[in-house]
Design a protein around this ligand. Structure first.
Ligand code: ADP
Length: 189
């Protein structure tokens, strides 16, 4: 199987992307997660270079200016999140394939840049109603936050046709099998 290939996952929050990616990392596909960079401070037991790469806003802005980020987002003023280009080299050198977990716009930009070296996968909920229930059941977000996520999901869903593959995460086992099959097929060549 090849290495140095790129698998991009994008999804509305709550669609089940983390659940799927965590499963795929255990499937002997030689996948490794791209660790994101952020300018927010570490929380709790978070470790630099494990959970995130931590930078100050100044450092982060310099990296943007030096084209060291594949994609990034300024979530609010001075608070950045993004993917470092150096992750591709780090993971390729380890003879692994790179998994990116990014928002839809970032995902499409990475796909555009790497074309056939990348497989872009959009994880969709069966419906907005189901997504709403999953967010409520997950129990990590306030009702206001859930409303925001649902509004954003409606916008994000409009980009799904631009991805190489859309996986509707209805039955989790079927979604896992579909993702695994598509990735094996992509890594075969
Ligand atoms: P994301 O990473 O896309 O935000 P999560 O992986 O956190 O989403 O999943 C959101 C919630 O939905 C979690 O509580 C998860 O256990 C649940 N979930 C994921 N996939 C399914 C599924 N196919 N059916 C039912 N619940 C699911």
């Amino acid at each position: 199987m090849s290495f140095g290939k790129i698998i991009i996952f994008s999804a509305p929050s709550g669609a089940g992307k983390s659940t799927l990616v965590q499963h795929l990392l255990k499937c002997n596909l030689d996948l490794e997660f791209s660790i994101s960079a952020t300018s927010r401070k570490p929380r709790g037991n978070e470790v630099d270079g494990v959970d995130y790469y931590y930078f100050t806003s100044e450092e982060f802005k310099n990296k943007i200016a030096n084209n060291e980020l594949l994609e990034y987002e300024e979530v609010y003023l001075g608070c950045f999140y993004g993917s470092l280009r150096s992750e591709i080299d780090r993971i390729s050198l380890a003879k692994k394939n790179i998994v990116f977990d990014v928002d839809v716009i970032g995902g499409l930009n990475i796909k555009n840049e790497f074309s056939d070296r990348a497989l872009s996968i959009f994880v969709a909920p069966p419906s907005i109603e189901v997504l709403n229930h999953r967010l409520i059941n997950r129990g990590t977000d306030s009702p206001e936050m859930i409303k925001k996520r649902i509004d954003k999901a409606n916008f994000e869903m409009t980009f799904s046709p631009k991805f190489d593959l859309v996986i509707v995460n209805d039955d989790l086992d079927i979604a896992k099998a579909e993702a695994e099959k598509a990735i094996r097929n992509f890594l075969k060549n």
